[in-house]
Design a protein around this ligand. Structure first.
Ligand code: UDP
Length: 459
């Protein structure tokens, strides 16, 4: 039987900011347990991670796709293209590197699935999202196939609850802003095609969504490993960020009172309309609370600079009540005692980071799984307020006051701290996520134990 250090695992992350760090945290943990890990990256969005993870091996497949392909195709079509381009390239790679025992791939880069089947290699899917999101994609596909999905213009019908999927409304299902429904169904069919795998790994925790994890287990009939939040496991390295982190915002936070500041960030992809940014700016001015706002370069549609923001807003920043950065050290910001609330688009990483810091949220989902996460935060864990409809300054002001000043916000913070304690317990020795990681390791060991004697059957 092979020793653990002789087992070679290939891991394929999806080349997006919200996906890479969680898989790298898992890779780092598995490496610390003795596995030999090779990370296969796409040339698209390539980032040299080797200095941060010296114990891992890195390989690149030359997909030939660029940022301009992403712009011209749109995100959804681009992901479909990336998968079809990469499949033969990975097969070639694995035919040359024929000592690989196991593959773990991100659900959005599903191209390793068929390659692994062809090469008779055991595999697992890694989901950087919640189990609720995985189930919600299937609910969406099912309703769409049966013709039960209200059109996106039918506002009142979209408010209705999805039958047998409490507490989600039709409007909470993960439709996309990045392509047509028809193409989305093709993507989701591929993303949700998991039955032939040996397991599903979720960057989530049993203490957050045990019922959805059980549903996933029933649906796909394979073991599900909720091993998150992965950033809470001490890993050897951490991923370099998309942009330079402006750490001086931490000094600004030092000057603010405990639980007084609202932190606003919409993740790495969401784009904001000019009018929304304007209303947000004025709402923050009117709220009278300190604010730290991340405005990514180019994230406001049609605006290259912030000169269009009103004088009153600039004055507020100049006087020190507000601070604007291009990119923040988000995990450190959320852990700072001055941060009383987090205004966010509900990307899953941001949700997990907020939960693990005990910070309540204001949710403003844009697309896909963000809608599902917003509902989880506001109606399952009840640690968030959800903003719906058009953003106006009065709405911004009121939401900030509700979260930071009102009794309602205090109650949400209490629940958020309770959730943080549960999540902390889950990653400690004996906790559910910790145990799940150990079960995952045993499963990989058992699936690879006889591989050395197996001949790879190239079809
Ligand atoms: N992030 C950060 N600094 C920022 C904004 C975001 O470090 O100023 C990080 C954040 O901590 C999170 C990731 O970017 O880990 C965003 O991932 P998420 O899933 O929340 O959203 P996405 O970018 O995928 O929409």
């Amino acid at each position: 039987m092979k020793e653990i250090h002789q087992r070679r695992l290939v891991m394929v992350p999806a080349p997006f900011e919200g996906h890479i760090p969680s898989m790298m945290n898992l890779a780092s943990y598995l490496s610390s347990q003795g596995f030999s890990i090779s990370i296969v990256q796409t040339q698209f969005n390539f980032k040299d991670l080797s200095p941060n993870f010296p114990d891992l091996n890195f390989f690149t497949i030359n997909d030939g796709l660029s940022e301009s392909d992403l712009k011209s195709l749109g995100l959804l079509e681009f992901i479909l293209r990336l998968n079809s381009v990469c499949e033969p390239l990975l097969k070639e790679f694995l035919t040359i590197h024929d000592d690989v025992d196991f593959i773990i791939y991100d659900e959005f880069v599903y191209f390793p699935r068929r390659v692994a089947e062809d090469l008779n290699l055991p595999k697992m899917v890694f989901s950087a999202s919640s189990a609720a999101t995985s189930i919600s994609r299937c609910v969406l596909m099912d309703n769409q196939a049966k013709g039960l999905l209200p059109p996106q213009e039918a506002r009142s019908q979209l408010e209705e609850m999805v039958p047998e999927f409490h507490p989600f409304r039709f409007k909470d299902l993960p439709v996309t802003a990045y392509g047509s429904m028809e193409r989305l169904m093709i993507l989701y069919e591929n993303v949700s095609n998991r039955s032939p795998s040996s397991g599903i790994i979720h960057n989530s925790s049993n203490c957050l969504e045990s019922s959805f994890i059980s549903s996933a287990q029933e649906k796909w009939r394979v073991p599900v490993y909720p091993v998150g939040p992965l950033h809470m496991f001490n890993s050897a390295g951490s991923c370099p960020s998309l942009y330079d982190e402006e750490k001086n915002c931490l000094e600004w936070l030092e000057k603010q009172e405990t639980n007084s500041a609202i932190y606003i960030s919409m993740g790495s992809l969401a784009m904001t309309q000019e009018i929304e940014a304007l209303e947000m700016a004025m709402g923050l001015v009117q709220s009278n609370q300190p604010f730290l706002w991340v405005i990514r370069p180019g994230s406001i549609i049609g605006q290259e600079s912030l000169d269009f923001l009103p004088e009153q807003f600039r004055q507020t920043v100049a006087e020190g009540r507000g601070f604007v950065v291009k990119w923040a050290p988000q995990k450190e910001v959320l852990r700072h005692r001055a941060v009383g609330g987090f205004w966010n688009h509900c990307g899953w990483n941001s949700c997990l980071e907020s939960i693990s810091s005990g910070v309540p949220m204001i949710c403003m989902p844009y697309s896909g799984d963000q809608r599902v996460n917003a509902r989880l935060m506001s109606h399952v864990w009840r640690t968030a307020i959800e903003i719906e409809g058009e953003l106006e300054r009065g709405i911004v002001e009121k939401a900030v006051m509700r979260l930071i000043v009102d009794h309602e916000g205090v109650e949400m913070r209490t629940r958020a701290i309770g959730l943080k304690e549960e999540v902390e317990a889950s990653v400690r020795i004996g906790g559910s996520s910790y145990s799940s990681l150990n079960s995952l390791i045993h499963r990989i060991m058992s699936l690879t134990s006889s591989r050395s004697s197996l001949s790879k059957n190239i079809k």
